[in-house]
Ligand binder design. Structure first.
Ligand SMILES: *Cc1c(COP(=O)(O)O)cnc(C)c1O
Length: 434
């Protein structure tokens, strides 16, 4: 029997009978798990037994979250990590191996783009950037012989641009490489990349997935169908001593994790040796947030839509970006991929001086001025100077990020109060410096 999304989000991956009949998922606050006898220890250490061994690698609370996320995507497996940045960096490193490259765009979370120059070259990960990501053919042209993956965000931050995911998946697969999608802004409630050709989905669970602004967490989900044995991923095919079986015979990743090679390798290599493990308590917070994912995101999208009309008619606003905004170039893609709405991040151009803009972001009383999105509370920020402030001028231009940009992340408050809050902040900004 298959269950709907809303049933899975509160029930999947958990069987109370296995946990002393506890109704709420217990927090297994323990570092290690008893090995039992030494033969059982042999099995645990050789990946021949799935039981937990040490919380950096696996923990029963974290495991429920991973199974629930896999179920919500109809994926083969998921892995939870300590942050969205760990999820992005481990995923790209896992795809590229020793000598691969990642083909991507500048329209990404600021920290992700910044890593392309700040750290990835130091660790041998090379990134190529497509200049016009609206044209899938540019991705085709940008592929190099050793490109290992195409990486995009399904809904971009801060402009909510939408890519033609199915076209990009076809290009990636034609080249024998996976399509990796950061689905943080969309959440699986609005969009499931795996159902549109993506092979790996990455999350900052810090944002709308957990949705309460109280945890830093990340996750990676895989479809389990991509063939990492096609000759382009030697790091999945090479037999290794640390993957040896009980008879000390070396095995490769594909042999040890045939159902979920991507997250299997990510756990055995990146999580194991680089160590960004999610704590059981934080996994519990994400599980709690997931229980209301659909209800929260639906309200957030409704609040965003209710405010679009107000912004589009405001004399203080130069432009508005959201796929549902008038004249958005992403309307057709939004209709096709986002029937429940294209997210709750709205950006607009502030029509005033720099000083007035600074007064404006400091004058909202409901919208909180902070570097976060997807919270139950509505948030406001000036991304060019803050979240995307570290981008080089060229990358900022490619991302289309002008200094007048204001980003709103809609929470769960009353739409009427949110609109009135913006109105009073505009008035304050323009009266004070008029
Ligand atoms: C916030 C964010 C990240 C980074 O996540 P953290 O949990 O802050 O490490 C990555 N991608 C996107 C799209 C984000 O919004």
């Amino acid at each position: 029997m298959s269950y709907d999304f809303d049933t899975l989000k509160v029930q999947a991956g958990y069987d109370a009978a296995q946990h002393n009949n506890a109704v709420s998922v217990p927090i297994y606050q323990t570092t290690a798990f008893a090995l039992g006898d030494s033969y059982r220890a042999d099995r645990l250490f050789s990946f021949s037994d799935d039981d937990p061994l040490y919380t950096r690698i696996a923990n029963p609370t974290v495991d429920v979250l991973e199974k629930r996320l896999a179920a919500l995507h109809e994926g083969a497996a998921a892995i939870a990590l300590a942050s969205g940045m760990a999820a992005v960096s481990y995923t790209l490193l896992n795809a590229a191996g020793k000598s691969g490259r990642i083909l991507t765009t500048a329209r990404l979370y600021g920290g992700t783009v910044d890593a392309f120059t700040s750290i990835y070259p130091d660790i041998g990960l090379n990134v190529d950037i497509v200049e016009n990501p609206d044209d899938p053919r540019e991705f085709e042209r940008g592929l190099k012989e050793n490109t290992s993956a195409i990486f995009i965000e399904s809904l971009t931050n801060p402009f909510a641009a939408i890519s033609d995911i199915e076209a990009l998946a076809e290009i990636a697969h034609g080249h024998g490489i996976p399509l990796i999608v950061d689905n943080t802004l969309a959440t699986p409630y609005l969009f499931n990349p795996l159902q549109h050709g993506a092979d790996v989905v990455v999350y900052s669970a810090t944002k709308a997935l957990s949705g309460h602004g109280n945890v830093i967490a990340g996750a990676v989900v895989e479809n389990g169908t991509f063939d990492y044995g096609n000759g382009r991923f030697p790091h999945f095919e090479q037999p290794l001593w640390f993957l040896r079986d009980l008879d000390d015979k070396e095995r490769n990743i594909l042999q040890v994790f045939p159902q979920f090679p991507f997250t299997g390798r990510l756990r055995a290599v990146h999580l194991n040796y680089l160590g960004a493990a999610l704590s059981p308590f934080d996994a519990y917070l994400v599980l709690l947030g997931l229980e209301t994912l659909s209800e929260r995101v639906e309200k957030q999208v409704a609040n965003a839509k209710a405010t679009l009309d107000y912004l589009e008619h405001s004399p203080y606003v130069a432009w508005v970006r959201h796929p549902s905004a008038q004249g958005s170039p992403y309307r057709a893609l939004a209709d096709r991929y986002f029937p429940k709405g294209a997210g709750s991040i709205v950006s607009f151009g502030f029509k005033g001086t720099e000083q007035q803009k600074r007064t404006f972001v400091a004058s909202t009383k409901i919208f909180g001025y902070q570097a976060n999105i997807g919270d139950a509370r509505s948030l406001i920020i000036n991304p060019a100077e803050t979240t995307h402030g570290e981008l080089t001028p060229r990358l900022r231009e490619l991302a289309g990020l002008s200094p007048d940009t204001i980003r709103l992340s809609f929470g769960l408050e009353s739409a009427k109060d949110l609109i009135e809050d913006l109105e009073q902040a505009f008035k304050t900004a323009f009266e004070e410096t008029a």
